[in-house]
Design a protein around this ligand. Structure first.
Ligand SMILES: [Zn+2]
Length: 54
Protein backbone atom coordinates (compact mmCIF):
# COMPACT_ATOMS: atom_id res chain seq x y z
CA UNK A 1 0.00 0.00 0.00
CA UNK A 2 1.37 3.39 -0.95
CA UNK A 3 0.34 6.95 -0.36
CA UNK A 4 1.32 10.10 -2.18
CA UNK A 5 3.45 12.62 -0.38
CA UNK A 6 1.20 15.68 0.05
CA UNK A 7 4.17 17.92 -0.67
CA UNK A 8 5.85 16.45 -3.75
CA UNK A 9 3.55 13.59 -4.75
CA UNK A 10 6.15 10.83 -4.31
CA UNK A 11 4.95 7.39 -3.38
CA UNK A 12 5.40 6.55 0.28
CA UNK A 13 5.28 2.87 1.09
CA UNK A 14 3.54 1.76 4.23
CA UNK A 15 6.08 -0.40 5.99
CA UNK A 16 4.05 -1.08 9.07
CA UNK A 17 3.43 2.55 9.85
CA UNK A 18 1.64 3.49 13.01
CA UNK A 19 -0.88 6.18 13.79
CA UNK A 20 0.69 9.62 14.30
CA UNK A 21 4.06 8.29 13.25
CA UNK A 22 6.35 10.77 11.57
CA UNK A 23 7.72 9.63 8.24
CA UNK A 24 10.33 11.55 6.28
CA UNK A 25 9.54 11.69 2.59
CA UNK A 26 12.34 9.95 0.65
CA UNK A 27 11.96 12.43 -2.21
CA UNK A 28 11.61 15.89 -0.69
CA UNK A 29 12.59 15.16 2.89
CA UNK A 30 9.44 16.64 4.37
CA UNK A 31 8.28 15.27 7.68
CA UNK A 32 4.95 13.60 7.15
CA UNK A 33 2.56 12.50 9.84
CA UNK A 34 0.30 9.48 9.60
CA UNK A 35 -3.14 10.90 10.27
CA UNK A 36 -5.13 7.87 9.16
CA UNK A 37 -4.24 4.22 8.74
CA UNK A 38 -7.15 2.79 6.77
CA UNK A 39 -6.89 4.10 4.22
CA UNK A 40 -3.40 5.40 4.74
CA UNK A 41 -3.39 9.16 4.86
CA UNK A 42 -0.40 11.42 5.33
CA UNK A 43 -0.22 15.07 6.15
CA UNK A 44 2.65 17.47 6.44
CA UNK A 45 3.89 17.49 10.01
CA UNK A 46 3.75 20.88 11.68
CA UNK A 47 7.11 22.58 11.37
CA UNK A 48 7.24 23.91 14.87
CA UNK A 49 9.91 23.64 17.48
CA UNK A 50 10.94 20.20 18.57
CA UNK A 51 8.96 20.29 21.76
CA UNK A 52 7.25 16.97 21.25
CA UNK A 53 7.21 16.23 24.96
CA UNK A 54 4.40 18.65 25.66
ZN1 LIG B 1 7.69 14.47 -0.66
Amino acid sequence: MTQDCPVCGADITNNGLMMNELVPCPECGSDLEVIELTPLKLDKAPEEKEDWGE
